[in-house]
Design a protein around this ligand. Structure first.
Ligand SMILES: NC(=O)c1ccc[n+]([C@@H]2O[C@H](COP(=O)([O-])OP(=O)(O)OC[C@H]3O[C@@H](n4cnc5c(N)ncnc54)[C@H](O)[C@@H]3O)[C@@H](O)[C@H]2O)c1
Length: 341
């Protein structure tokens, strides 16, 4: 049994706490830490059987019985806590993004070179049953050579502007998952990015210096072309689809729904809306990613979503940001070169 500590008891910390305590047989959450531990969160932890509740995460790092930590705190704490956890010899699962600052990600990368702990990044969509199925088809050559990859990623509703202000911008907050999906689905690297963006959902998002709608085109290292469309509002729910088109055919996935029932009547043909948001759509993926993390520790296997998978989408996101600002295509290698990579 592997003892785990969770750092950060917000939305995603609770998701991982529940998935480990309910579904991961060979791990248990020994402790959880959050400086703003509410009575409600304490009750939630007690109900799950998590008995050690701290406001200071260092208590988790000091506990020799804890073999792994999940960093689920606010983004601006991830790289610092990662460095401390690696130094304490803990295996680390870090929520995305590792940091908005490439130099800080590189510090974590360097620390990992001198240690033998596992480090997995929380790109959960790779573990979604639909995306996995589409990737398996591409990998098996069922669509031939990949020509075009299309990713549609739209949230049901925009977050509060207070969130937007500290999010790092749409490309590093929201599209970052889609950049990871481009790498995962294609098995290739993004080499060049061109981004269009607009404020069409909420003017306050524009006033905060961000956009809420975007289309990003990318050239890939295998010669294929990819396109992502993003919007912070989709009136019908969380819209997460992908299509890979190749020389022999195409593979596509549709949204998950509560049921596949389709009602036909005099007004038309009616089906269920997509599941509401990420907690509904990706719960299975959250369980699967943590299960794999624990398995990699227990059986000393490499993690599939490693530090490089954490770094590349940030570089691509910065290229998209620069493209939006300049109106020109941007090479990811030029962004990397700014950081000596
Ligand atoms: N992979 C995904 O699908 C996914 C989904 C949601 C959020 N996230 C990521 O997870 C992180 C947290 O997001 P959230 O939605 O749960 O936010 P949240 O605001 O609900 O929770 C963050 C928690 O971290 C706590 N915290 C802040 N500083 C801390 C510290 N020093 N030590 C311990 N806890 C600290 C806060 O008090 C808060 O309770 C973000 O980086 C976000 O990008 C990933």
């Amino acid at each position: 049994m592997i003892n785990v500590g969770i750092i950060g008891a917000g939305r995603i910390g609770k998701v991982h706490g529940e998935s480990i305590m309910r579904y991961v047989k060979n791990a248990t959450v020994k402790a959880i830490a959050d400086p703003f531990m509410s009575e409600e969160t304490k009750q939630w932890a007690n109900d799950l059987g998590i008995n050690e509740i701290y406001t200071d995460y260092h208590k988790i790092l000091e506990d020799d019985d804890i073999k792994a930590v999940l960093i689920c705190s606010s983004t601006d704490t991830h790289s610092t806590i990662s460095l401390e956890a690696i130094a304490a010899g803990k295996n680390v699962f870090c929520e995305k993004p590792i940091d908005h600052d490439v130099n800080k990600i590189l510090e974590v990368k360097k620390a990992l070179e001198n240690s033998n702990v596992k480090y997995q990044v929380g790109f959960n969509r790779r573990f979604d049953h639909n995306f996995k199925g589409a990737r398996a088809a591409v990998e098996a050559g069922k669509i031939g050579d990949l020509n075009i990859l299309k990713i549609c990623s739209r949230d049901p509703a925009a977050p509060p502007v207070s969130y937007i202000k500290v999010s790092g911008g749409i490309f590093l907050d929201m599209t970052i998952h889609d950049f990871d999906m481009v790498r995962f689905m294609s098995g290739a690297e993004v080499t060049e990015v061109f981004a269009y963006g607009a404020v069409l959902v909420d003017p306050a998002i524009g006033e905060a210096g961000d956009i809420d709608t975007a289309v990003i085109s990318m050239k890939l290292s295998n010669g294929a072309i990819a396109v992502i469309d993003n919007c912070r509002r989709a009136s019908y729910g969380y819209d997460q689809r992908v299509e890979a088109f190749g020389s022999l055919g195409q593979v596509a996935i549709s949204n998950d729904t509560d049921s596949s029932a389709v009602i036909s009547d005099k007004d038309g043909v009616h089906a269920e809306k997509p599941l509401l948001f990420f907690l509904e759509r990706y719960m299975g993926a959250y369980v699967a990613e943590v299960t794999e993390f624990i398995d990699s520790i227990e059986n000393d296997k490499p993690v599939s979503v490693d530090i490089e998978c954490g770094l590349q989408p940030v570089l691509i996101g910065l290229a998209a940001k620069k493209s939006l600002e300049t109106g020109c295509p941007v090479k990811v290698a030029d962004i990397a070169a700014e950081y000596g990579i």
